[in-house]
Design a protein around this ligand. Structure first.
Ligand SMILES: NC(=O)c1ccc[n+]([C@@H]2O[C@H](COP(=O)([O-])OP(=O)(O)OC[C@H]3O[C@@H](n4cnc5c(N)ncnc54)[C@H](OP(=O)(O)O)[C@@H]3O)[C@@H](O)[C@H]2O)c1
Length: 342
């Protein structure tokens, strides 16, 4: 008689960072229709709420606490995800910030660059050896990295201002940059996301790496640092018009499109999708493979300065074991899944 496969192992699992707000929240709800969702966020209380919301809708989720601005926390989260031993089919690097004022990360690096690029890069690199062939790794990018992108220029951006990974970590950007406070850190970190996707797609053909520009979503909380009047204007006055404006979107619409790209059964890798899920191109600089390789090499050199500590040991150990028993599975807070793939 054929052995029955536990449903938790038969279904697919999707990792998402930043599922507690805006675009990531709506994407997590969509992904729950395709299998178990691994929610990666910094706030235990918010994660619990999203987990509960997914369960109420008949889905299945498990949470991993992680502060992506802290490289050590990102590596620990990777170890915790590997230890869950779920059949990962996709990783969505969605979490991101765009603060008006600079701040320092746990490693003393620029907080925006660390949260948007260094943490997600460390998380992804730690997970790569454990991802099954064909896994789709997607980064949420932004067209503000492109100095030729007209709406972004009108808004005050001047494209990415990359000098080096070390300079970015110090909060230094090419002169002549954005008139928006924090704009250079944001645009540069988002360009590094895109460079990572394009370089990784060439480096690791057994996996898929794709990027998405989700469209401008005034309804998300990305502008949470803005004054209350501007936040009100963005969320309640402008957001309802977003579906009718070119390059704009809503968290719900973006979430549906992102889930479609992440779960698509194709071999496409190295593709950059726009807010409609159509292929687009990045800036001239980011399309240059020598530039992509420089970003990757410099990022790796910078991350190598942060000791692996106990994290590596945990990763090495958790990579080896046999699948956990059903008892262990329950202890890992992974209840049986209803296979509700659409
Ligand atoms: N909105 C837009 O117009 C737009 C346009 C282009 C690209 N994007 C990109 O879309 C992605 C999602 O942004 P959004 O607009 O949905 O913003 P959002 O509503 O502010 O959501 C950001 C998410 O990232 C999480 N996060 C922030 N810092 C973190 C950290 N240190 N560690 C772990 N998680 C962290 C937040 O967690 P908390 O809930 O705990 O704060 C939240 O879940 C970002 O990568 C952004 O750059 C947005």
């Amino acid at each position: 008689m054929a052995e029955s496969i536990p449903t938790t192992l038969a279904a697919k699992a999707w990792i998402i960072t930043g599922p507690t707000s805006g675009i990531g929240h709506r994407t997590a709800l969509e992904l729950a229709k395709h299998g178990t969702v691994v929610l990666v966020g910094r706030d235990r209380g918010k994660l619990d709420e999203v987990e509960q919301e997914i369960r109420t809708q008949g889905g299945n989720a498990v949470s991993v606490v992680c502060d992506l601005s802290d490289v050590t926390s990102a590596r620990r989260a990777a170890a915790a995800i590997v230890a869950l031993d779920l059949p990962i089919a996709g990783l969505l690097n969605n979490a991101g910030i765009s603060p008006l004022r600079p701040f320092k990360s746990a490693q003393g690096w620029d907080g925006t660059f660390a949260t948007n690029h260094l943490g997600p890069f460390a998380l992804t690199e730690a997970l790569i050896p454990h991802l099954p062939d064909g896994t789709n790794v997607v980064f949420i990018c932004s067209a503000v990295e492109d100095p030729e992108r007209k709406p972004a220029v009108t808004a005050g951006f001047r494209g990415a201002r990359y000098i080096s990974a070390e300079a970015s970590a110090r909060g230094e950007w090419l002169p002549g940059g954005a008139s928006i406070p924090g704009g250079d850190a944001y645009a540069t970190s988002k360009q590094c996301n895109l460079a990572t996707v394009l370089a990784f797609a060439r480096e690791t053909p057994r996996l898929r790496f794709n990027a998405i520009e989700p469209g401008f979503s005034p309804g998300s909380n990305l502008g949470r640092d803005a004054n209350i009047a501007l936040r009100f204007l963005l969320k309640y006055v402008l957001s309802p018009f977003a579906p009718f404006i070119k390059y704009w979107s809503t968290p719900k619409r973006a979430g549906q499109m992102i889930a479609r790209v992440l779960t698509a059964d194709t071999n496409r890798t190295g593709t950059y999708y726009d807010e409609n899920g159509k292929p687009m191109v990045g800036s001239t600089q980011v399309r240059d493979t020598a530039f992509q390789d420089r970003v990757i090499a410099e990022t790796r050199a910078l991350l190598a300065t942060v000791p692996m500590g106990a994290t590596l040991t945990t990763l090495a150990v958790s990579a080896q074991p046999a699948r956990p028993s059903q008892d262990e599975q329950v202890r890992a807070d992974t209840p049986p899944i209803a296979d509700n793939r659409s």
